[in-house]
Write a protein that binds this ligand. Structure first.
Ligand code: PHE
Length: 454
């Protein structure tokens, strides 16, 4: 049954929802993918395409997630089931919710292994272990870390414990408070790093790299990459936004809130991009996307610059906070589901889930070192979880778009959304029915192709 409030609690105000959704969006993807992706796929032209993808695909899906979550005030599985049943559709739609929370849970398990690497670098930076190291030595440092399962286990466990601790305390005392504290820390780090970037003399070149328009670098690939990234960065298709929306105020306007999240996420991504590109350029190094950027190129670049050790530390602090707020969000949908499904306390639910995800993460981290010979379906456990999730994620997105566009009761959707213009409402439904499923379908095909052939 629909309730006035979620049994879990609620955000203290609309801004905390925005902060929490931003915390979920701004993650490692903003750091190691977005800046270089932008530079290599047309700069300003790519940003424009990216914004269009957001507006036409990601934002409409996010609005649907928010509407469904807030209407039901329950976890994604129940929220979807309730909405489907009250529209006279099958209860089985709940499997979409199950798929979503399962992907969130799976992403969490290996995301927290990677977050553990960030913590290790945080300490390495401040203790000066990386000072004076070149690319080769830093690569060896990174490879040695990947092979050191004991060390990875330590950091991974610590990180998972931190997430359990936050989530276990509930919405008001846990999530809400954590976001109030962590997000300002993230912004503070970002502004200090921007100040540092301005002193390096390469800031202008970095703006040129990111913002100059190079239409010749745009291809169909660029469009797919922009689409996929907008979807991943806004944390869609994994139940996170739906779960967070269950704690939202009834009278908060959904559309401006969702647009604010999209705009702020893009702004933060661009500012992080400016820092990353400036620092790498100032050290005259090559920009390449992926973990190598965060764990080899950037540390080498930072320590070469005056004051770089301190700012390198601040950079890894920013990365750690970004990873933490994303990870917290990834475990919330499953936590809400276990709590509501089995009538457990949150502490008990998150402990069980945390331990399970931790175990999966341990298998993933051993598969990088001691168990690197172990292959399941031809890949390591780490890659298997990664690949599964990048396929599940768009599936969840397509299903949510189809559900909201074709199945659910229009009156319920539109009264929850409370758009002032009927044209906008019709446009939203049209995007959900046709454009979003087709576009996210393309992301699925691209991810499947990459999983099979690269
Ligand atoms: N948006 C996060 C990032 O960019 C990852 C994430 C995906 C977080 C899905 C939550 C849900 O790293």
């Amino acid at each position: 049954m629909r309730q006035m409030l979620s049994i879990q609690g609620s955000w203290s105000n609309r801004w905390i929802f925005i902060l929490a959704a931003m915390g979920s969006s701004v993650g490692l993807g903003n750091i190691w993918m977005f800046p270089v992706m932008t530079g290599q796929h047309g700069g300003g032209a790519f940003i424009l395409i990216y914004l269009l993808c957001m507006l036409l695909v990601a934002v409409p899906i996010m609005m649907a997630e928010v509407v469904i979550g807030r209407h039901a005030r329950q976890n994604p599985v129940n929220a979807i089931e309730d909405a489907a049943v009250s529209a006279g559709a099958s209860k089985r739609w709940r499997f979409v919710g199950i798929l979503a929370i399962l992907s969130g849970f799976l992403i969490f398990s290996y995301y927290s292994v990677v977050a553990g690497w960030v913590l290790h670098y945080l300490v390495a930076m401040i203790t000066g272990q990386l000072n004076g190291l070149g690319v080769e030595q830093t690569s060896s440092f990174f490879n040695a870390l990947l092979a050191d399962s004991g060390m990875l286990l330590l950091w991974h466990s610590l990180f998972v414990l931190l997430v359990i601790w936050v989530l276990g305390q509930g919405i008001e005392r846990g999530l809400d408070r954590a976001m109030r504290f962590l997000m300002p820390v993230l912004f503070l780090m970002l502004f200090m790093l921007l100040g540092f970037a301005l002193t390096t003399g390469e800031f202008v070149s970095a703006t040129e790299y990111l913002f100059n328009v190079h239409p010749q670098d745009i291809s169909w690939d660029s469009v797919l990459i922009a689409l996929g990234h907008s979807f991943f960065t806004l944390a869609l298709g994994v139940g996170v936004i739906m779960a967070y929306s269950a704690y939202m105020g009834k009278s908060d306007a959904i559309t401006p809130t969702v647009i604010a999240v999209g705009v702020f996420d893009t702004l933060v991504a661009l500012l992080i991009g400016l820092v990353v590109v400036t620092v790498v350029m100032a050290a005259q190094m090559e920009l390449r996307a992926g973990p190598g950027l965060l764990f080899v190129t950037l540390p080498v670049a930072f320590v070469q610059l005056p004051g770089g050790q301190v700012f390198g530390f601040l950079f890894f602090l920013l990365a750690a906070v970004a990873a933490l707020t994303s990870a917290i969000s990834l475990l919330e949908p499953a936590t809400a589901w276990v709590t509501e499904r089995f009538k457990w306390s949150r502490a008990r639910a998150v402990l069980l889930l945390g331990v399970l995800a931790w175990g999966l993460g341990v298998a993933a981290l051993f598969s990088l070192g001691q168990l690197s010979d172990l292959r399941l379906l031809g890949v390591s456990i780490f890659d298997l979880i990664d690949t599964t999730t990048i396929l599940f994620l768009p599936m969840g997105g397509i299903a949510v778009a189809l559900l909201a566009g074709w199945v659910l009761d229009k009156e319920m959707l539109l009264s929850e959304l409370a758009l002032s213009s009927a044209t906008l409402a019709a446009l939203w439904l049209w995007l959900l029915r046709f454009i979003a499923p087709a576009a996210v379908g393309l992301i699925f095909v691209m991810n499947l192709y990459n999983a099979l052939y690269s």
